[in-house]
Design a protein around this ligand. Structure first.
Ligand SMILES: *Cc1c(COP(=O)(O)O)cnc(C)c1O
Length: 371
């Protein structure tokens, strides 16, 4: 490696071991795929349709999609999907399917929704309304009801959070369905943003309702978050009828143009596939349990030093009073207004939590001394 590149590598290596505030698992090793860096790989177009350019990993990609479909209570006869560049692309795709279903629909989403959604809505030029959220990050159902009642003659597109970025809050599908019934909304579409929780929620008790057994229309999940990996990726799944609505043009490479980008990453499906081989559903469940235990430990330790903690039921995100800017920087905590969080993803060690608690404790003692 030349000096400049080595410096960059060392910086990333050092910083990636120390962060506590981001939902990125870091316990992976994909070095067996290194030889793939010396070949052209391209999963251009629809994963189910072969291209005349056959340098793809689409067979592996289809197995990945099938695993996710199964995890989300469906199968590849009923749902279709592909490996995306991340949660944002999956959300864009879900909203695209929604718009193609209902050209005059209105998107409802809470103010705790990920920042990328506003931009996606802007790109797609769909009418949309921001709904208030509750203190825990969950959508405010009465505000939703009021807003919906003004627009009951228009199709409703619900953009639901299955784990908000800041507090891991889940919008309650049963309550949304009650509202749909109450106002006799005939035309509606439900998209679930499960960027972070898509791989954990199926294994938590009680299991949050958000998958295809609940008849949702599409789901987006990030691959580089709870699963982890060196390249951002994700999976989007949608009811097959939605994908079939847009599948028409055949591009010059002989495949179907159903995906957002043409050329697509063929390396990330390999990473997801190898994770699935290694862990399967049982391994994922165990991973979730370990993460929950670390989150419970973190909450307890923070409370012991007198810090206010908020943790939504069973989550692996621990929200608490924001410490100093210096401490947020040192431990790479994400913060918003007066709160910060630690996300107990696989790869974070107990000793890192202990080190942070020690630092925070010192800071609190100093604060008291100067008060
Ligand atoms: C991370 C995240 C996203 C965006 O996903 P990317 O993979 O970063 O594109 C969207 N929604 C939620 C809730 C997220 O946590």
């Amino acid at each position: 490696m030349n000096n400049r590149i080595e410096e960059i590598y060392n910086r990333i290596k050092k910083n990636s071991t120390s962060f506590l505030g981001y939902p990125l698992a870091k316990d992976f090793d994909y070095s067996e795929f290194a030889p793939f860096l010396n070949v052209c790989i391209n999963n251009i177009g629809d994963p189910e349709s072969a291209s005349t350019l056959s340098i793809d990993t689409k067979d592996i990609e289809r197995e990945v999609v099938s695993f996710f479909a199964d995890m989300l209570s469906s199968n590849i006869e009923d749902v279709w999907g592909y490996v995306t560049n991340g949660g944002t692309e999956g959300n864009l795709y879900g909203l695209y399917m929604a718009r193609e279903s209902f050209r005059n629909g209105i998107v409802y989403y809470s103010e705790a929704t990920h920042y990328s959604v506003k931009k996606n809505l802007h790109l797609l030029n769909i009418d949309n309304i921001v709904v208030r959220s509750q203190d825990n990050g969950e959508i405010d159902y009465s505000d939703l009801e009021t807003l919906l009642s003004y627009n009951r003659n228009k199709p409703a597109i619900f953009f639901l959070n299955i784990g908000t970025t800041m507090t891991e809050a889940i919008d309650d599908l049963d309550k949304i369905k009650d509202i749909i019934q109450k106002y006799a909304i005939k035309d509606y579409y439900i998209h679930c943003d499960a960027a972070f929780l898509g791989c954990t929620a199926p294994f938590t008790e009680p299991k949050p309702k958000f998958d295809f057994s609940e008849n949702v229309d599409s789901i987006s999940i990030s691959g580089h978050k709870f699963i982890g990996g060196p390249i951002p990726c994700g999976v989007v799944l949608t009811q097959r009828k939605h994908r079939n609505r847009i599948v028409n043009s055949v591009s010059y490479v002989g495949t179907l143009d159903t995906t957002i980008t043409g050329s697509r990453n063929g390396l990330t499906p390999l990473f997801l596939w190898s994770f699935i081989q290694k862990y399967g559903k049982e391994g994922l469940a165990k991973r979730v349990k370990n993460a929950q235990e670390l989150a419970a430990y973190t909450s307890k330790k923070l409370q012991e030093i007198g810090v206010n903690v908020m943790r939504n039921n069973g989550t692996i995100t621990v929200v608490f009073d924001k410490p100093s800017v210096a401490l947020c920087k040192k431990h790479q905590l994400a913060s918003q207004d007066k709160i910060a969080h630690i996300i107990c993803v696989p790869g974070i060690e107990k000793c890192q939590i202990d080190e942070f608690i020690e630092d925070y404790k010192k800071e609190l003692v100093l604060e008291l001394a100067y008060a």
